[in-house]
Design a protein around this ligand. Structure first.
Ligand code: FAD
Length: 345
């Protein structure tokens, strides 16, 4: 681990990696400490290029489009053609058209490519994987540096940015001296966007539902998947359906529901991936299902510097622009970077 840097960024998700890139461009030395053995956080793509975290971006999201361009990524519109399905107890109806899937875009190969591209643009060894930050110590007298304790050793920095959902940061990291009471109250109550959700993706040899004029989208009042979309690749070289749920789900239950909606072929996917984000320690704190006050997103106290400019928060939940989205994570990164750069002038 690099023992002395200007800025430690906690978390190599969209916000942490974007922030590190902007600071590096400004000549500020950065270490990004990431608890997991991968970059991306809630950007998580698995073979053959399907997303278990974020899937879409929108054309009005300028920060995302800028990163896509910088990383040279290919994009394509979300498949929307065909009819959507509507499931209620005892029946499945085919609606006329597909209002569910309008105007969203996807990244070929999956959204994690954003994080991989940003990480690759940083100087070597900027990102240290498998390094969990466990404590931050802010000296009140003498040395103004922050001491960052991890499960891999200790380093110091002029300031630390928590590019982690605020409630998750407070659940896993201890602070000395203690954080101000108003900050603790807001940070620990701020929901984690999609943190209480399970996402399931079923992969097929082809998007067979399209041949029947179906879009692959569905709303369900039965569950366990409540909202379903077609996430086949751009050339339809494989078919894929994903759904969101807030229940504990198994492969058998998912394929049974997909077969009820899209027909018997849906019963036998090539593979099924299930990701429960609520039990993911580095995304969601215990009790994430109870965090529901979305008005706390972008709270002033989360956008301010603390301990005399030595502590910042920068996850998507801290953003005023598009909070919850990838766009919000990049906007939060830009806001924090501008504050840090301004303080050094
Ligand atoms: C199922 C799902 C679907 C979504 N769909 C969309 C979508 O379609 N479009 C969209 O725009 N957004 C979507 N989102 C939201 C989007 O993924 C997030 O807005 C964005 O990825 C958040 O980035 P972030 O950097 O703020 O936080 P995160 O991605 O959560 O990054 C935080 C990072 O910090 C690390 N970390 C945590 N604790 C520590 C610690 N103590 N020490 C070191 N590292 C630590 C984590 O491992 C992680 O890498 C979705 C999210 C989910 C889960």
């Amino acid at each position: 681990m690099r023992e002395v840097v200007d800025v430690v960024v906690v978390g190599a998700g969209a916000s942490g990696l974007r922030l590190a890139g902007i600071l590096d461009q400004a000549g500020i030395s950065v270490a990004v400490l990431e608890a997991r053995a991968r970059v991306g956080g809630r950007l998580l793509s698995v073979d053959p290029g399907v997303d278990l975290g974020a899937t879409w971006f929108w054309q009005n999201e300028n920060e995302v489009r800028e990163v896509i361009q910088e990383c040279g990524l290919e994009t394509f519109p979300q498949h929307a053609r065909g009819n959507m399905m509507y499931q209620i107890p005892g029946s499945v109806q085919e609606l006329d058209g597909n209002p569910l899937d309008q105007s969203a875009w996807r990244i070929a190969g999956g959204t994690q490519k954003l994080a991989i591209g940003l990480a690759e643009s940083l100087p070597p060894e900027t990102v240290q994987m498998s390094t969990k930050v466990i404590a931050l110590h802010f000296e009140s007298t003498g040395d103004p540096r922050v001491t960052v304790s991890t499960d891999q050793g200790v380093c110091t920095a002029q300031c630390v940015v928590l590019a982690v959902p605020p409630a998750t940061a407070l659940a896993n990291i201890s602070f000395s001296p203690e954080l101000p009471a108003d900050l603790v109250s807001v940070a620990s109550s701020t929901p984690v966007w999609m943190g209480a959700v399970t996402k399931a993706v079923a992969i097929y040899d082809s998007p067979f539902w399209r041949e029947r004029g179906l879009a692959g989208s569905a709303m369900s009042h039965v569950g366990p998947l409540r909202e379903i979309h077609d996430v086949s690749d751009v050339n339809a070289s494989f078919g894929a359906l994903f759904g969101f749920s807030r229940e504990r789900i198994s492969e058998g239950v998912i394929t049974a529901q997909l077969a009820e909606i899209f027909g018997p072929e849906a019963k036998t996917p090539r593979s099924v991936h299930i990701k429960d984000w609520s039990s993911s320690e580095f995304t969601s704190p215990p009790g994430v299902h109870q965090l529901n006050d979305y008005q706390l997103f972008g709270s002033k106290v989360l956008r301010e510097a603390h301990f005399g400019g030595r502590l910042f928060f920068a996850s998507t939940e801290t953003s005023i622009d598009s909070p919850g989205h990838i766009e919000g994570a990049f906007a939060a990164a830009r806001r924090s970077a501008e504050s840090i750069i301004a303080m050094r002038r």
